[in-house]
Design a protein around this ligand. Sequence first.
Ligand SMILES: C[S@@+](CC[C@H](N)C(=O)[O-])C[C@H]1O[C@@H](n2cnc3c(N)ncnc32)[C@H](O)[C@@H]1O
Length: 186
Amino acid sequence: MQADATRYRIDPARPPHVIVTETMNAALRTEPQVAIARHLVKQAPGALLVPERVTVRACLLDPAAELTPPVWPGQPVPPLRRDRIELGTVFELSRATIVAWHGIDGATLPAAAITVPPALAPRYAARLMTRIDAFGPHRLDGYESSLNLPQRLPGRPVLGGGERLVFDYRLGSEPGLACRVARPSA
Ligand SMILES: C[S@@+](CC[C@H](N)C(=O)[O-])C[C@H]1O[C@@H](n2cnc3c(N)ncnc32)[C@H](O)[C@@H]1O
């Protein structure tokens, strides 16, 4: 059977034990993972959700320190020393957040606001990182798949340090996080 999973009606007499959906892109943009998980979990609250959690967090990183540089054959591989500053979780998709969104009928879902540290060193770039907890210990995180590659912030704001980044999640045909920059007061 084929159906639009954002509209599919579950037979209440035969609720599923497990809901599995992999309809996502990095940082939960473009594809309808959020809308599908939300629509199906609402109808079958007792079902296990796989992935059980998708977390998008923000960090500052030095892109030059993210990957091991090319090494000549026979030469030692230098240790990878990533240079990151974690800024916190921006958005989470899980049973808990779906329950928390109960009653929200509009086209946006709440996401977090984060503050960029003041006096930002120029080597740092802001990125969104996606972690997928499939189930229990089974997860995908940084660089383990295309879904876990660092992503630029929506709108690609230029940051100098001290800004407040206010996120929300837009549903609809082009879903994804949106980011508004509240400039630091002088
Ligand atoms: C990222 S791909 C995942 C494919 C699958 N995990 C695999 O490895 O073959 C997302 C899939 O979800 C389907 N899809 C997107 N929106 C959908 C919707 N509203 N209802 C049902 N399927 C949808 C797309 O057609 C695509 O095949």
